[in-house]
Write a protein that binds this ligand. Structure first.
Ligand SMILES: N[C@@H](CCC(=O)N[C@@H](CS)C(=O)NCC(=O)O)C(=O)O
Ligand code: FES
Length: 110
């Protein structure tokens, strides 16, 4: 599968998906660390892709997303944003609501 198809598949298959540097348990950059910790604090399972281990995705996703940096949080096929937006939404409580809503859909078998 080519990289763009792979990206589209990942976004379609995972209701909550974080593209990041490293993993939630071993983030490789402060921006990815803060973003993954905020999402973990919302208490739901989420998928992630380590873009340091996938340089083709690191190169292609910013063009597809029209968003130049990592991390990138995608919920239900839509780009939510990067670290700044994730932290703002976390602090206002919006992130928890968004993540919980996205998980509810999955439980109903959508
Ligand atoms: N203000 C950004 C900070 C993220 C950022 O600047 N990321 C940089 C450094 S980790 C990046 O992804 N650069 C492109 C790259 O490393 O491929 C946000 O809110 O997410
Ligand atoms: S890897 Fe240097 S700022 Fe993210």
């Amino acid at each position: 599968m080519d990289t763009l198809e792979n990206i589209k598949q990942q976004i379609a298959d995972n209701d909550i998906l974080l593209y990041m540097k490293g993993s939630p348990n071993a983030p490789q950059c402060g921006f990815s660390m803060r973003a993954s910790q905020a999402i973990m604090a919302c208490g739901q399972r989420f998928a992630y892709v380590d873009i340091l281990a996938n340089p083709d995705i690191r190169q292609e996703l910013p063009k597809y997303a029209n968003w130049p940096t990592f991390p990138q949080l995608w919920v239900k096929g839509e780009l939510i944003g990067g670290c700044d937006i994730i932290m703002e939404m976390y602090e206002s409580g919006e992130l928890k609501t968004l993540i919980e809503e996205a998980t509810k859909g999955a439980e109903q078998g959508e």
